[in-house]
Write a protein that binds this ligand. Sequence first.
Ligand code: ADP
Ligand code: MG
Length: 198
Amino acid sequence: MTKERTLVVVKPDGVQRSLIGEITGRLERVGLKLVGIKMIVPTPEFIETHYTIDPEWRRITGEKTIKSYKEKGQIPPSEDPLEITGVILKNLMTFMTSGPVVAMVWEGVHAVKIVRKLVGSTEPLSSDVGTIRGDYVLDSYQLSDKDGRAIRNLAHASGTVDEATKEIDLWFEKDELIDYRLVQDAILYDVNMDGILE
Ligand code: ADP
Ligand code: MG
């Protein structure tokens, strides 16, 4: 099967909480290969481009927020998804530019889905135990909306293969990504597991 590449960004809260190693370690130990990494302080314009790379993002994220409020029996801040994401985007531009972030590209079979599974769902309050967002942080839509800020959930991960391709193109130059062999690839992907015994 073809290997995928996906973008992971340790957000400013992840860097400030000294969780770069924890987050990177979880992706490493599942067998994914790190093919690019850098620390930057993004500009607000860059963050707007990043989050609106998928033309459907505003609608989907707005609808996801409304659904989450209603599932908890709460009233969403607005019934209009686009009004909600207008505010979220502004708050993300403040949050994501507040300090350095660590951008990484990870490669492997099913990399996009595997990384989303390890990172967990958007709202830490409902992210599964065992995921990065479920294990290391405690934010909620309710708290972040009350305080007028973006949800602090430690890391960004591309949502689909198409989104990953566009995001990697935005964050990395071609020569910043390295093709190389990892010795563990032989165990992860080799059909016969031969060549172990002498
Ligand atoms: P994900 O990062 O899980 O792919 P989205 O793409 O839907 O989530 O949203 C991007 C980011 O915007 C989230 O990770 C979170 O930091 C922030 N965010 C999303 N929805 C809200 C919300 N309702 N209130 C505050 N911040 C939000
Ligand atoms: Mg997303």
